[in-house]
Design a protein around this ligand. Structure first.
Ligand SMILES: Cc1ncc(C[n+]2csc(CCOP(=O)(O)OP(=O)(O)O)c2C)c(N)n1
Length: 642
């Protein structure tokens, strides 16, 4: 591929210096570069292909980094990265040690805010704009938000305050009618009407003149007064919702026309009021497979560039797939089951359920807080809601978990996908905290399966309990476990001893059980006999099993793919302390820092959660306890010893 134009872009200044007739070719080169790179590294393809022209226009119209662009979610920042001095590193996108797939302030002064979670760009932009005004600055502040992210409550909260203050800033509403899947909600219908009805556009200029011309009504209308006039205007003025909230509305305009975009961004930036610039784009634009399947190419693993086909992996199902299939199986016999997603039907595996039981499925938009409280209402009304949300996004709904579900002991099942390290999406997406933020909530039962077969049993068990239940599982293929076992209830709060030794007890939870078993093999090779316990429950903890471990081993080692602070291991320490068990405990988990992006196995190895790392921690601790320190003590993760 010829990248002669892109190769000359080292900063936004070079984009400005390009002759307008060259811009289409630049857009083409950018598209090719992104397709080529994402086909190898995986990443957010379709959102980026949709904003190529927008990003070029932004960097021509604005003076970055003095002017600020805040990208909502940030998954669409690849073009921005290419145009702001990171072209040379672009091939390292999302790779270990390479540039991130999201904006990172540490990477470039052009990245204004570290993002990954949706719907917060307007709040950030307002903060920046208010700070500018207080300081007496004159930089332009622009937020770019998708129609999907606009369904998030935080965005509404910010619109409300921006309109109140009338702060000068620009909101670019990138409307492609898609969240990850098709966008949902009443606002989305409103935007669709703006898109489609040419009457709106015709009336935009000089609406009052237009109204006056309506025979018999027009003239009269303007005498009746402002109130009626405004409500009539609402019928015909595009973007009236935004106008009513205190914004100027411009649009809808073609989001793939660089010249028109540039002109309108300049215009919007000159306004003294907040402006919503509504642009229409196509997700996946310029790459046929992504245009056809924007959902699949929203975030994609590596694929064949020529035809977009997925690269063949193993046939073992993912935890997500097993969850999706099991919910369908359970719903067949349990008619009270309803399923809820917050804008992630395929990501959570609920797309198959949605197809099988459309009337029992809810996509509430990017609205995790609402999803949880909505589930509380459904539970109150006699249904059994299963709320499937990624660990990292459920952080949004912490208050709702406590107040609206657990405080009232409601039977809501939380299927928490992407628990633990997730890989290339990095720190905004790692599910590092769920065991910590769930474990201390009264009433909550918290489980984590050691394999995909146990996930099925846990889901079944959860549907038979009475109060709030959470099951957290990782983003990965299963281990190839037998999925044909009949569904049976697991005894709540009971761990499972799966290997018995006499020196060390490895007390592991979730996918770390597999690593603990491999560690036990490594330790055996060094003459150390290890027991392995599959904890199953982070709450309630199996106190008897912990007592057994304390009585029969020199050392208890807890292993979890969760922050070591306040996690499962902390719970074990609490039991050891409250039962006065007098046994040394080594807690291994994710260290008290944000973990970068990279392959899951590599990141686990970095923090010592691979079998080699765990064995090394154990040997270090045993050697110390036994007198001679033979190995370097790498136990950075120890939070306490008893
Ligand atoms: C709080 C939160 N929930 C869910 C997600 C997952 N997510 C990432 S992008 C996205 C859809 C965004 O749609 P839109 O804003 O329209 O942007 P587009 O990808 O269409 O450009 C979702 C649901 C997230 N990043 N943050």
């Amino acid at each position: 591929m010829d990248y002669s134009l892109l190769d000359g872009i080292n900063s936004p200044r070079d984009v400005k210096n390009l002759r307008p007739e060259k811009l289409k070719d630049l857009a083409e080169e950018i598209r090719m570069k992104i397709i080529e790179t994402v086909a190898v590294n995986g990443g957010h393809l379709a959102p980026n292909l949709g904003v190529v022209e927008l990003t070029i226009a932004l960097h021509r119209a604005l003076e970055c980094p003095k002017d600020k662009i805040v990208w909502d979610v940030g998954h669409q920042c690849y073009v921005h990265k290419l145009l702001t001095g990171r072209r040379g590193q672009f091939e390292t996108l999302r790779q270990y040690g390479g540039i991130a797939g999201f904006p990172k302030r540490s990477e470039s002064p052009h990245d204004v805010f570290d993002t990954g979670h949706a719907s917060n760009s307007l709040s950030v932009a307002l903060g920046l704009a208010e700070a500018r005004d207080k300081r007496g600055g004159d930089e332009a502040i622009t937020a770019v938000i998708g129609d999907g992210a606009l369904t998030g409550g935080e965005a509404f909260e910010a619109l409300n305050q921006i309109g109140h203050h009338g702060t000068k800033l620009v909101v670019i509403l990138n409307d492609n009618e898609m969240s990850i899947a098709s966008n949902v909600g009443a606002l989305s219908h409103y935007l669709a009407r703006l898109r489609l009805d040419p009457v709106y556009s015709r009336f935009r200029e000089g609406v009052e003149e237009g109204l006056k011309k309506i025979p018999a009504i027009g003239e009269h209308l303007f005498e009746v007064g402002k109130h009626v006039k405004e409500s009539m205007k609402a019928l015909v003025v595009p973007g009236m919702i935004f106008e009513e909230l205190g914004f100027r509305y411009i649009g809808p305009i073609d989001g793939h026309d660089i010249e028109e975009l540039e002109l309108n961004i300049r215009l919007a930036s000159q306004s003294n009021k907040p402006v919503v610039l509504h642009i229409l784009t196509k997700k996946g634009s310029g790459y046929a497979p992504a245009e056809l399947e924007p959902d699949r190419f929203h975030g994609t693993p590596p694929f064949e560039r020529e035809n977009g086909k997925a690269k063949k992996g193993s046939d073992v199902p993912t935890y997500t797939e097993v969850f999706g299939d099991t919910v369908i199986e359970l719903a067949k016999t349990n008619e009270s089951i309803l399923a809820i997603t917050a804008a992630m039907p395929s990501g959570t595996g609920l797309d198959a359920f949605a197809a099988a039981y459309p009337e029992r499925f809810y996509d509430v938009g990017i609205a995790e807080q609402h999803a949880v409280t909505f589930a509380a209402g459904l539970a109150l009304g006699g249904y059994l809601p299963i709320v499937a949300i990624y660990s990292t996004f459920l952080e949004r709904a912490y208050d709702q978990l406590i107040q609206d579900v657990c405080l009232q002991g409601l039977h809501v099942v939380f299927a928490i996908d992407r628990g633990g390290i997730v890989g290339e999406d990095g720190p905004t997406h790692h599910g590092a905290f769920d065991l910590s933020y769930l474990r201390h909530i009264p009433e909550m039962v918290v489980m984590a399966p050691m394999d995909e077969a146990e996930l099925r049993q846990m889901l079944y068990t959860a549907t038979n309990l009475k109060g709030p239940v959470a099951i957290r599982y990782p983003r990965s293929k299963g281990v190839g476990a037998d999925l044909a076992q009949p569904l049976t209830d697991l005894p709540v709060g009971q761990a499972e001893i799966i290997r018995e030794g006499s020196d060390v007890c490895l007390f592991a939870i979730g996918r770390m059980v597999k690593n603990a078993l491999a560690t036990a093999d490594l330790l055996a090779g060094r003459g150390v006999l290890a027991s392995v316990v599959n904890a199953r429950f982070a709450k309630p903890l199996d106190e008897e099993a912990i007592s057994w471990a304390a009585k029969n081993h020199e050392l208890i080692v807890t292993v979890e793919d969760n922050s070591v602070v306040g996690g499962f291991g902390s719970g074990v320490l609490e039991v050891v302390s409250s039962r006065r068990l007098k046994r040394e405990v080594l807690c291994l988990g994710l260290p008290d820092e944000f973990i970068p992006h990279g392959p899951i196995d590599r990141l686990h190895a970095d923090v010592g959660l691979d079998p080699k790392g765990i064995a090394s921690f154990v040997m270090g601790r045993l050697d110390k306890a036994r007198g001679g320190v033979k190995e370097e003590d790498r136990s950075i993760n120890i939070v306490a010893e008893i």
